[in-house]
Design a protein around this ligand. Structure first.
Ligand SMILES: *Cc1c(COP(=O)(O)O)cnc(C)c1O
Length: 410
């Protein structure tokens, strides 16, 4: 009989979202008339903006005529999109990139999951706790994690707790780590780092010859000045950081699929003899071998986000979500909740009242006011006692939810 990759046996079941669904269904069985509001989803709800639809449709039309039809495109993406990204997302920040340093893909989830393939199995990885689960699980699958302990932590992974004690900002590792996953603005906590705070990480990486894998999927939600949109705003980061971005949350592409990863030519890692290699070359090799590019109409749609109308329209959608975030923040604050995030990210992370566990608070919200959120413990051991609400719902539901929470018995 063929053998499996036993690393997969180290993964816990996909407990979080199936458990949430099970509890909702159970509640609905008993209360079929209940109007349940979901503020737990990490998915956008507003439609694609008109400029994007126009770009998308034009791309589709071109596919219908032999003269403009396109087959396989470049694996790393079309120049027309890469050049828009460089000119609009990086050049205004004073960051210069060449075309060969930007790789278009069908998602930041795949890229953050796949990137570990170009690194050796002996690298020590560090993750914030709570964390976007993809970073951990992809390393478990590859065999980099060691055994899962009873405390919910893998033995070989270095966890960087983000709790009330440190204001939900990770502290530098006490030991030397090789790969550091950072996501700012953060999912699930909604927190950001200032330039000075992020600089500490870049300095650590330079001093320890580590690589930072920086997930900037939520940079478009930053409202405040002084919060870095790209890690390359930090001096020296171009030698030690890979950056992931996505059109998913920025422009509502969760069902359309387009993202990109920046691998500067200057980021190096060494082989077992100590010889340095460009990670850009390895990622190019990986992508050209295993990936055949994002569909042409989708890249045309993504490029349309950079037209002046497109920029204005996606900005309005983000403002809509961030108004929801403000409604949730202000509502919870008035009720005396201890909250984080929601200022530069569509996530609000709250401390559960009365020392309830994350799941106890989940049950209370569902049973008493029919609102669904996400238990913080599902994002890592340090998420216990916290809870995530998202600003991705409709205005009407967001307002209704806050009205209901104000009647909660706490
Ligand atoms: C939503 C999200 C992404 C984007 O994933 P896509 O595959 O591009 O849709 C990336 N990172 C984090 C932390 C996210 O929450």
């Amino acid at each position: 009989m063929a053998q499996i990759n036993e690393n997969y046996l180290q993964l816990p079941g996909n407990y979080l979202f199936s458990e949430i669904a099970r509890k909702i269904n159970k509640y609905k069985d008993v209360h079929p008339e209940a109007d349940i509001i979901r503020l737990g989803i990490g998915d956008v709800t507003r439609p694609l903006v008109p400029s994007v639809i126009e770009g998308f449709q034009k791309g589709v039309s071109e596919m219908s005529e032999a003269k403009t039809f396109r087959g396989y495109g470049p694996e790393q993406g079309y120049s027309f999109l890469i050049n828009q990204i460089i000119a609009n997302d990086y050049h205004p920040l004073g960051i210069e990139l060449t075309e060969a340093e930007v790789f278009i893909s069908d998602g930041a989830k795949c890229d953050t999951g796949n990137i570990q393939e170009i690194f050796g199995l002996d690298n020590i990885i560090a993750v914030t706790d709570p964390v976007y689960p993809v970073y951990v699980d992809s390393n478990v699958m590859a065999g980099r994690s060691g055994q899962l302990g009873a405390d919910g932590r893998y033995q070989k992974i270095v966890y960087l707790p983000c709790t009330e004690a440190n204001g939900l900002k990770p502290e530098l590792p006490q030991t030397k780590v090789d790969l550091i996953y950072l996501c700012f603005p953060n999912n699930p906590t909604g927190m950001t780092l200032t330039k000075d705070e992020l600089k500490l990480w870049v300095d650590y990486a330079r001093a320890n010859q580590s690589i930072i894998l920086f997930d900037a999927a939520y940079e478009a939600f930053i409202q405040e000045q002084g919060i870095p949109h790209s890690i390359y705003e930090i001096e020296g980061a171009k030698d030690v950081a890979i950056e992931f971005r996505s059109f998913s949350k920025t422009a509502g592409f969760t069902g359309t699929r387009c993202a990109f990863t920046v691998v500067p030519k200057s980021v190096m890692a060494c082989d077992s003899t100590g010889k340095a290699h460009e990670l850009n070359k390895l990622w190019l090799r990986r992508q050209t071998t295993k990936f055949n590019g994002v569909s042409y109409p989708v890249q045309a749609a993504a490029a349309a986000t950079y037209t002046s109308e497109g920029k204005k329209q996606i900005h309005e959608v983000i403002a809509y979500y961030m108004t929801n975030a403000a409604i949730i923040r202000e509502g919870l604050q008035k009720l005396g909740f201890k909250i984080y995030g929601g200022i530069n990210a569509p996530y609000i992370w709250l401390k559960t009242p009365g020392k309830l566990t994350s799941w106890e608070f989940f049950d209370k919200l569902l049973n008493e006011v029919q609102i669904v959120g996400t238990p913080g413990s599902g994002f890592g051991p340090s998420g216990e006692g916290y809870f995530r609400l998202t600003a991705f719902g409709s205005r009407e539901n967001t307002e209704k939810a806050m009205e209901r929470i104000s009647k909660l018995n706490i």
